[in-house]
Write a protein that binds this ligand. Structure first.
Ligand code: GDP
Ligand code: MG
Length: 139
């Protein structure tokens, strides 16, 4: 059964390019409620642990370098069918393949610096949300 929460990060490229406000507007206009949010810079250790599922992929080192290159916004979001609807809102991993109007289509420039993260399953949404937020930072 689908749960109603997902986890997101506005990535360093989108933060550096001044898109935090526009992206949060799109998220809220898309019907998502912000449950928890923080503005932080990840260490290599933290980014490496978060993306450990991608350890064997050839771009893992680049991904960790990119995700630690500047601050990010991390958030837990709520909506019916949150995981699937949020992946639709952000668009394909490669922004050149992301549908018009999606967050990656509007604010991302490349497959690595692709503006935003969205959990890919209910299970990972719960794992990722609790990776970033302790029990007293969410409700
Ligand atoms: P997502 O679920 O759409 O974010 O995509 P993946 O889970 O497949 O990949 C995780 C993240 O790794 C992506 O969002 C990109 O930031 C990055 N990434 C994916 N493919 C590549 C690639 O070919 N090269 C590089 N440098 N980064 C990539
Ligand atoms: Mg993924």
């Amino acid at each position: 059964m689908a749960t109603n929460r997902t986890f997101t990060m506005i990535k360093p490229d989108a933060v550096a390019n001044g898109h935090i406000g526009a992206i949060l507007n799109d998220i809220i206009a898309g019907g998502f409620k912000i449950i928890a949010m923080k503005y932080i810079q990840l260490s290599k250790e933290t980014a490496g642990a978060f993306y450990a599922v991608h350890k064997e992929r050839p771009f893992y080192g680049e991904l960790v370098d990119f995700m630690t290159s500047g601050p990010i916004v991390a958030a837990i979001l709520e909506k019916d069918n949150a995981v699937e609807d949020f992946r639709t809102l952000i668009g394909a991993t490669d922004p050149s393949k992301a549908e018009a109007g999606t967050i990656r289509n509007k604010y991302a420039k490349s497959i690595d610096a692709n503006a935003i993260h969205g959990s890919d399953s209910d299970e990972n949404a719960a794992i990722e949300g609790s990776f970033f937020f302790s029990h007293f930072e969410r409700f």
